[in-house]
Design a protein around this ligand. Structure first.
Ligand code: GLV
Ligand code: MN
Ligand code: MN
Length: 417
């Protein structure tokens, strides 16, 4: 089925589906769709409808992951997935592209009448971005069998716990263990995702194969000072929590820039109390997101930051508490799957660029269950986590065709070591 006119038709369908999903948002002017919200519900229902239309048998687990099953029920499973939650003011392609590509690939496989000695499940996860609760990858962690029950007590910005949000979504936290796959019954996890960076565009190639997903640490840093009158307290007598936090954020930047392994660090959220124009800030909570392909240099950077933060706090007469709430090591993609994906892309007349992923993905959690492989799709200007995010229908059509070729070539549920 993989002729160029088929690619174009698949790409056009992918683009239309992504537009439809992109309209399901908390606010009409931006795309914002957080985990276990009413808009997540609407997106999950739409995905379930598309799965049924593609001939898949649909179910949903305790953390809202939508699953569409194809093929034999009792045979081992090949898993293909991505996520349908978004950051605030997001682009439409991050995550959704991979879910849509998986559904369209199985639709094409069904139409071609292909049978396989293994089953395939398409998974639409709901918590890849970690934008609602101070945890991330919780839905894929449940599927991989290592969800931590302590996370049920974590609270969102409105004070709602993950447990409460699940119940409001119609789920029972006691059902979480049943979301886990048996590792002996899973062959591999494959994810198609937009690249979210500029490499494929620079290489002039539509598709890439991921070699590894960079490790990441996320910190919550609380700086405490002393509130005071903005008009009366002399500068030398202040204990301004925000100025200390600002200096710590610059220290994060310095540490990342000095790293030889392309480390990246971001202070993406800052909460200031009391948050009043005429009061010296007394308490600041900010986040640090630190990533590197080298786990050793990431850990060294964390130690250096901790030292710097305490030095800055001491000089300014502030308190500082640092807590790590997310820590994942660099995850290599399975070599056999990289090769199979490259071959599938080569069948379409393209050279897959092999590259690491700086962005986080559900594959990080899924790697604890089974071998993982990832296919990247070129995106315009390398822009992501931004409403300007864009992947062309042509490139997305090729990604669907590459998944189809991957399945067509994957006869036996066995991987080379
Ligand atoms: C998810 O998109 C992440 O890498 O933060
Ligand atoms: Mn993503
Ligand atoms: Mn993202």
């Amino acid at each position: 089925m993989t002729t160029p006119s088929d690619f174009a038709a698949l790409g056009a369908r992918a683009a239309a589906m992504i537009e439809e999903l992109g309209a399901l948002s908390q606010t009409p002017e931006h795309l914002t769709r957080f985990f276990l919200t009413p808009e997540h519900r609407r997106a999950a229902d739409l995905v379930a409808r598309w799965m049924r239309e593609a001939g898949l048998e649909v179910s949903e687990d305790a953390l809202g992951t939508v699953r569409g099953h194809w093929g034999p029920v009792d045979a081992p499973r090949l898993l293909i997935g991505s996520h349908i939650d978004t950051v605030a003011n997001a682009g439409k392609y991050d995550g959704c592209m991979g879910v849509v590509a998986g559904i369209l690939a199985l639709d094409a496989i069904n139409r071609a009448g292909l049978t396989r000695p293994y089953g395939i499940d398409i998974l639409a996860f709901g918590d890849e971005e970690g934008t609602r609760f101070p945890t991330t990858l919780s839905s894929s962690a449940a599927v991989a069998g290592y969800f931590s029950p302590a996370n049920l007590e974590l609270r969102d910005a409105d004070g709602i716990s993950l447990r409460e949000a699940m119940v409001a979504y119609g789920k029972n936290p006691d059902d979480i263990p049943a979301a886990a796959y048996d590792p002996n019954r899973v062959i591999a996890y494959i994810e198609a995702h937009i690249e979210q960076g500029p490499v494929l565009e620079a290489e002039g190639e539509p598709l890439g194969v991921v070699s590894a997903i960079a490790g990441a640490s996320r910190l919550s840093v609380t700086v405490t000072g002393e509130a005071g009158h903005a008009g009366t307290v002399p500068m030398r007598m202040r204990h301004d929590a925000l100025l200390g936090a600002a200096e710590m954020a610059l220290a994060v930047e310095r540490i990342a820039k000095a790293d030889a392994h392309g480390m990246v660090a971001t202070v993406g959220r800052v909460h200031v109390e009391p948050g009043s124009i005429n009061v010296i800030p007394s308490r600041v909570v900010f986040t640090v997101d630190l990533r590197s392909g080298s786990d050793i240099s990431r850990r060294e950077a964390l130690t250096r930051f901790e030292r710097e933060a305490h030095r800055i706090a001491d000089l300014r007469g502030l308190g500082v508490v640092i807590s790590a709430f997310h820590e994942v090591a660099t995850v290599p993609c399975y070599r056999d799957l990289q090769l199979r994906l490259r071959n599938a892309v080569a069948d379409l007349g393209h050279r897959a660029v092999t590259m690491p992923s700086g962005a986080g993905h559900d594959g990080q959690a899924m790697s604890r269950l089974c071998p993982i492989g990832m296919l990247f799709v070129r995106c315009k200007g390398g822009i992501s986590h931004n409403p300007a995010e864009y992947a062309s229908p042509e490139d997305m059509g090729l990604a669907v065709a590459a998944l189809v070729r991957f399945i067509e070539r994957f006869q036996l549920p066995q991987l080379a070591a």
